[in-house]
Design a protein around this ligand. Structure first.
Ligand SMILES: Nc1ncnc2c1ncn2[C@@H]1O[C@H](COP(=O)(O)OP(=O)(O)OP(=O)(O)O)[C@@H](O)[C@H]1O
Length: 575
C-alpha cells in the first residue's frame, strides 16, 4: 500500500491541511474536559457565575472551532480520496489498455473490472478513515493519557487493567477478521466472473436450458460472498459490544475509585469528571485505531491487486529507437516465424515463411485450430513471436512503433466487436476524419447499404451494447466497412465472410477486389470459393504450412488442400 502513497503527490497541500486541521481539532477536544472541570470545581462549587459564563463561552468557542476543523477536514479528505480514486482508475484503465493480449489472458476481464472498481473503492475508503484517524486517534490516545495522569496519577492505574483488555480484544478480532477480508475479495472476483458469463452468454444458456445450472452457479458464488461477509460482520459486530462493556465497566471503576478519592479529599469532583471524559476519549481512540488496523489489511489486499495491474509491464512495447517504414507500402514478409502461446507445450505456428505485396490477395485456409488466426494476429503485433521475424515494408514489427504499424492495417476480426453508438460512428471508428460520403461508400462496398438504409434511422441507427441488434452477417459487413474507411495499406481479414450467403460473399469479394486493388490483402477463409481466385493460397495444417501457391497448382501438389477442396466442391467445379 505504501507504493500507492506516491499517487497522493498531487494532493500534498490538501493532505497537509487535513492533518493540520485534525491536529487543531484534537487539541481543542483535549482541552474541553479541563475547561469543564474548572467550571465544576471553581464555578459551581464556589458559586462563581461570572466564571461559569466566561469559561462556558470559552468552551462553546473551542467546541465550534473543533466542529469547524472537523467539517473542513472531512470535506477535504473526501475530496482527496475521490480524487485519488479517479486518478487510480484512470491509470489502471490506461495501463490495461496498453496490455498485450497475453496480459489480458493472464489477468482475466472480470478480475480487471473488480480491480478498477471495488479495489479502488477500498483504497478510497481507507484513505478517508486514515486521514481522519491517523492524527486524531494517536493524539487523543496519548494526549488523553497525559491529561488523565495529570489530573490524577493514582486513578490512572485503572488504565493498567483496562488498556491490555482492549488491546487483547482488538488483537483477537484482528487475527480472525483479516483472513476473511482477504477471502471476501476473492469471492467478489468469483461473483463478477460468474455474473459476466451469465450475462454475456444468456443466449447459449437459454438455448441449452442451462438456466438452473447458471442460477446454481451464481447462487454458490453469491452465497460464498454472503457467508464470508456475514462471518466478518459477526466478528466486527462483536467488537462494539465488547468495547462498550469495557468502557462502561471502566466508567464504573473510575466513578467508584474516584468517588472514594473525592471523599477523602484527594481529588476534586470536576477533575474526576474530566478524568472520566479523558478515559472515554482514550478508549474511543483505541476503537478507532483498531478499525483502522482492521481496514488496512483489507485495503492492503486491494492495493496489491491494483499494484499488480500497474506494475505489470506490457510485454509488447515500443523499442527505444523506433524505425520508420521505408517507401515501400504494404509489403508483408514472414521469415521462419515460430510462435507459442504462454504455457502451451507446442508452438501454435512454426517455421512460417511467405511474402505478400500490394495488389495481391493472400488467402489462408486450413482446418480449425491449424493456426490461421494466430498467424494473422501476429501482423498487428498482438503477440511477440519466439523465433524468426515479421517484416512490414522491410522493417521488423518489433522495431516499428505500434501506432505506425497499426495505422497501416485495416483489421476485420473473426468476432466483430462494436461500441454503443450509431452505425456511422462505428464505421468511422476506422478513421475519425472520414466524411459522410466515405462512410457511405465503405458501406456500399461492404454490401451493407441495403440493410442500413432498411433500418429506421439509416446510418444514424444505434447499435446496441455488444451489437445485439444486428445479425452475424450484418456485423461482419459493418466490420469490413470499418476497415475500408481506414484506407489501409494492408487488409487483415480473419474469417469475416463466413456468415455471408454465397451471393453476398461473391459480390462483396468482387467489390473488395476493386477497392483494394493497390493494397495487400490477407484473408483467412473456410470456403474454397472465397480463396480460389487469390494470388496466393497458404494452406495451414497443424501450425505449419502444408503448401503455398495458386488454386490449380495446389490441387496438384498439396494433399491437404485437395482434401479441403474435395470436401466442398463438386467434381465439375473442381474440373
Ligand atoms: N489465446 C490463446 N491462448 C492459448 N492458446 C491459444 C490461444 N488462441 C489459440 N490458441 C491455440 O492455438 C492453436 C491455433 O489456434 P487458431 O485460433 O490460430 O486456429 P485457427 O486456424 O484460426 O482456427 P479456427 O479456424 O477454428 O478459427 C489452437 O490449438 C488453439 O487452441
Amino acid at each position: 500500500m505504501i507504493k500507492l502513497v506516491r499517487f497522493l503527490k498531487p494532493f500534498t497541500w490538501s493532505v497537509a491541511a487535513v492533518l493540520l486541521l485534525l491536529l487543531f481539532q484534537s487539541l481543542t477536544d483535549l482541552y474541553l474536559p479541563t475547561l469543564m472541570s474548572g467550571i465544576v470545581d471553581t464555578g459551581i462549587v464556589k458559586g462563581d457565575t461570572h466564571y461559569i459564563v466566561n469559561v462556558g463561552g470559552k468552551m462553546l468557542f473551542f467546541a465550534a472551532v473543533s466542529a469547524l476543523c472537523m467539517i473542513t477536514a472531512s470535506y477535504l479528505s473526501a475530496k482527496i480520496a475521490t480524487g485519488l480514486g479517479r486518478n487510480l482508475r484512470g491509470m489502471v484503465f490506461s495501463r490495461v489498455e496498453s496490455y498485450s493480449l497475453n496480459e489480458f489472458d493472464r489477468m482475466g476481464t472480470a478480475s480487471l473490472i473488480t480491480r478498477t472498481t471495488n479495489d479502488i473503492n477500498q483504497i478510497q475508503q481507507l484513505l478517508i478513515i486514515m486521514m481522519r484517524m491517523m492524527i486524531s486517534a494517536p493524539m487523543m490516545c496519548i494526549g488523553g493519557i497525559i491529561m488523565a495522569v495529570s489530573k490524577d496519577a493514582v486513578l490512572s492505574l485503572v488504565f493498567v487493567v483496562v488498556l491490555p483488555v482492549i488491546a487483547g480484544t482488538i488483537l483477537i478480532i484482528f487475527r480472525k477478521a483479516v483472513p476473511l477480508f482477504k477471502a471476501m475479495q476473492v469471492n467478489l472476483d468469483q461473483l463478477n466472473r460468474v455474473l459476466r458469463e451469465g450475462l454475456t452468454g444468456i443466449r447459449v444458456i437459454r438455448a441449452f436450458n442451462r438456466l438452473e445450472h447458471e442460477n446454481a452457479r451464481f447462487l454458490k458464488a453469491n452465497s460464498d460472498l454472503t457467508d464470508t461477509a456475514i462471518r466478518v460482520n459477526i466478528i466486527m459486530a462483536g467488537l462494539m459490544p465488547v468495547m462498550m462493556l469495557v468502557m462502561n465497566l471502566s466508567s464504573i471503576a473510575i466513578v467508584w475509585f474516584g468517588g472514594i478519592r473525592v471523599d477523602k479529599g484527594d481529588m476534586q469532583v470536576g477533575d474526576m469528571m474530566a478524568f472520566l471524559q479523558y478515559a472515554m476519549q482514550i478508549m474511543f481512540s483505541l476503537i478507532m485505531i483498531s478499525f483502522m488496523f482492521i481496514m488496512i489489511p483489507r485495503a492492503e489486499a486491494s492495493a496489491v491487486r491494483i499494484n499488480e495491474v500497474l506494475d505489470l509491464i506490457p510485454e509488447i512495447k515500443d523499442a527505444e529507437r523506433v524505425k520508420k517504414a521505408g517507401d515501400k507500402k504494404g509489403f508483408v514478409e514472414f521469415k521462419d516465424v515460430t510462435f507459442s502461446y504462454p504455457g502451451a507445450e507446442e508452438p501454435a505456428i512454426s517455421d512460417i515463411s511467405f511474402t505478400a505485396g500490394p495488389g495481391e490477395v493472400t488467402a489462408i485456409i486450413g482446418g480449425t485450430g491449424s493456426g490461421k488466426s494466430t498467424l494473422i494476429n501476429l501482423i498487428p503485433r498482438f503477440y511477440d513471436i519466439d523465433k524468426g521475424s515479421i517484416l512490414i515494408d522491410g522493417v521488423d514489427v518489433r522495431e516499428m512503433s505500434q501506432e505506425s504499424l497499426r495505422s497501416k492495417i485495416g483489421l476485420v476480426p473473426q468476432k466483430a466487436v462494436f461500441f454503443t453508438g450509431s452505425i456511422a460512428a462505428n464505421i468511422r471508428y476506422g478513421r475519425e476524419a472520414a466524411t459522410d460520403e466515405e462512410v457511405r461508400r465503405a458501406a456500399e462496398i461492404a454490401q451493407a447499404t441495403e440493410f442500413i438504409t432498411g433500418m429506421k434511422d439509416g446510418f444514424d441507427s444505434v447499435i446496441a451494447q455488444g451489437g445485439t441488434n444486428v445479425s452475424g452477417g450484418q456485423k461482419q459487413r459493418l466490420s469490413i466497412a470499418r476497415a475500408l474507411v481506414r484506407r489501409p495499406e494492408i487488409y487483415v481479414i480473419d474469417d469475416a465472410l463466413s456468415a455471408l450467403d454465397f451471393k453476398t460473399d461473391a459480390s462483396l469479394r468482387a467489390a473488395l477486389r476493386k477497392e483494394t486493388a493497390c493494397a495487400t490483402v490477407l484473408i483467412v477463409a473456410q470456403r474454397v470459393s472465397t480463396v480460389m481466385d487469390a494470388d496466393r493460397i497458404i494452406v495451414m495444417d497443424k501450425g505449419k504450412i502444408a503448401g503455398i501457391g495458386r488454386h490449380r497448382e495446389l490441387l496438384n501438389t498439396c494433399d491437404v488442400y485437395r482434401e479441403i477442396v474435395v470436401s466442398q466442391l463438386s467434381e465439375e467445379e473442381i474440373a
